[in-house]
Design a protein. Structure first.
Length: 153
């Protein structure tokens, strides 16, 4: 069953925020300049580190608000009549792990916070790897026809 209790506009907002986070996250690694994508007319903003950094933070804040809304609704209403699908559990775990590693990355960016370079590398790679795995899981769920995160009990 591919029906979800989440209204379609909020489902689309989730996808839009995930795409914005993917683009802005990749832009932090200057991939777009390195591979000349930022040289395409209209895409120079992809090479503006400050803009893409702020874009990532704003999209992350909006995603956290959306996740908070969904979590509250799940706990108060939806969990009584719905259960997470297997692909839903995997994707929820990946999103939560991404939020956690993103919080660690944000913490390390605070003034006066020093972390070992190896720790920073592990957190950064884990965050990137989780984002990749979430994309793969979403595509796999879509191809398998199991897009829904939850189904009736």
């Amino acid at each position: 069953m591919n029906r979800t209790p989440l209204p379609r506009p909020l489902s689309r907002l989730f996808v839009l925020l995930a795409a914005a986070l993917a683009v802005s996250g990749l832009a932090q690694m200057p991939l777009f300049k390195r591979y000349y994508l930022a040289d395409i007319p209209g895409l120079a903003w992809l090479n503006d580190f400050y803009f893409t950094h702020m874009m990532h933070y704003v999209a992350a804040a909006l995603l956290l608000a959306l996740l908070g809304y969904v979590a509250a609704r799940w706990l108060r209403e939806w969990s009584h009549g719905l259960r997470l699908t297997a692909s839903g559990r995997v994707r929820v775990a990946l999103v939560l792990a991404l939020v956690l590693t993103g919080a660690v990355r944000m913490y390390k960016n605070q003034p006066g916070v020093a972390m070992e370079p190896f720790t920073v590398m592990i957190v950064d790679w884990t965050h990137l790897g989780l984002a990749l795995l979430l994309g793969v899981a979403a595509v796999a769920a879509r191809l398998a026809g199991r897009r829904a995160y939850a189904e009736p009990r």
